[in-house]
Design a protein around this ligand. Structure first.
Ligand code: DAH
Length: 347
């Protein structure tokens, strides 16, 4: 092997060992740079006698071309390796399924609320909404439950240490019954010149609050108030409305209703409404689903109406309870803990 062959072999080996383009350029400089070994050989030509110069020059040039070819080949190889790596790093698997957004759903109690609204709307009931912070007068006094009357303790009310602009104490409404008063008063005002006044037929679903917490009671819970008032509305109508409602709600005719005498200050007579299924896991058990009664004359008076003329019934049912019965849920707290494992089942 002559000196030029050795030089070429050395260049090839150094280029091959260069792991990066930068190091390859350093190696190139050692051979082809201004002070590189090939360059030095060419410079040395001038010292040779003219007859040797040509042959030696041709040999050096041939060696130089080999070195250059080795350099170019290594440059390509390194560039390709780099590209390969980049492609691998940025690889995109177009066969992966897309990421989907989690689908939300209505809360089971909201479903019940919508269902209640739909069914009552189909019977000609309006749907009303009202404040959750109420005055003492609306929550109790107007509902024939005077200040300091023991019947107020039927409800463990959250009292707010604050009065409204007219100096009335405030509370978190312990039931939706104040909506009877709000709605009826607005209705009476709206139809003041009409004789007779159009009937009031309304439900008022919403949140209610009591100092109460166990498997079947939550400090925040839901109620749906109902009121039907006119010149000729009787307990019979209440019974028909309820029978119709519960059969539609539970999608079965195999269901019995019972009115059990009870007491509420705002109704006289008053009744608890129980239902009983003729089938299924709750078959044969009476289940309390609503309070109800004929609106007390004092309450009708507080509506701004004449109790000698206008009569009707009211009720307050528990949508949370209805949801538990409909879906077979045995702990009310599940509804309000926000556990997605529970809630996802209702989507
Ligand atoms: N407000 C009552 C409660 O929370 C429920 C109720 C009973 C509402 C009888 C009524 C009614 O409208 O007539 O326990």
């Amino acid at each position: 092997m002559n000196d030029l062959d050795q030089l070429v072999a050395q260049a090839q080996s150094e280029f091959a060992k260069a792991p990066t383009p930068a190091e390859l350029e350093n190696a190139k400089a050692r051979f082809l740079g201004k002070a590189g070994r090939v360059t030095e050989l060419l410079k040395a030509l001038s010292a040779l006698p003219p007859e040797e110069k040509k042959a030696r020059g041709a040999l050096i040039n041939a060696a130089k071309q080999q070195v250059e070819a080795a350099l170019t080949a290594r440059r390509h190889a390194l560039a390709e390796a780099e590209l390969d790596q980049q492609l691998k790093a940025e690889a995109l698997d177009v066969t992966l399924p897309g990421r989907q957004r989690g689908l939300g759903g209505l809360h089971p109690v909201s479903r019940t609320m919508e269902r209640i609204e739909e069914i009552f709307a189909s019977m000609g009931f309006d749907v009303a909404d009202g404040p959750e912070i109420e005055t003492d007068w609306m929550s109790f006094t107007a509902l024939n439950n005077p200040e300091n009357h023991p019947a107020r303790s039927m409800q463990d009310t959250f009292y707010v240490d604050m009065k409204d602009a007219e100096g009335r104490w405030l509370n978190l409404r312990p039931h939706t019954s104040p909506m009877q008063v709000r709605y009826a008063r607005a209705h009476a005002k709206k139809y003041a010149g009409h004789d007779p006044m159009p009937e009031i037929r309304v439900i008022a679903p919403g949140r209610t609050y009591r100092v109460d917490s166990d498997a079947t009671h939550s400090p925040m819970f839901h109620q749906c108030e109902g009121l039907w008032l006119g010149e000729n509305v009787s307990f019979k109508d209440l019974k028909v409305v309820f029978a119709d409602f519960f059969r539609q709600f539970f999608e079965t005719d195999d269901l019995e209703l019972r009115f059990r005498p009870s007491f509420f200050p705002f109704t006289e007579p008053s009744a608890e409404v129980d239902i009983q299924f003729g089938h299924g896991p709750l078959k044969g058990r009476w289940l309390e689903v609503s309070g109800s009664g004929q609106v007390h004359p004092n309450v009708v008076r507080n509506f701004g109406l004449d109790p000698e003329r206008y009569i009707g019934f009211a009720f307050g049912m528990g949508p949370d309870r209805l949801t538990m019965l409909r879906y077979g849920v045995n702990d009310l707290r599940l509804f309000f803990e926000g556990d997605l494992r529970f809630l996802n089942q209702f989507k």
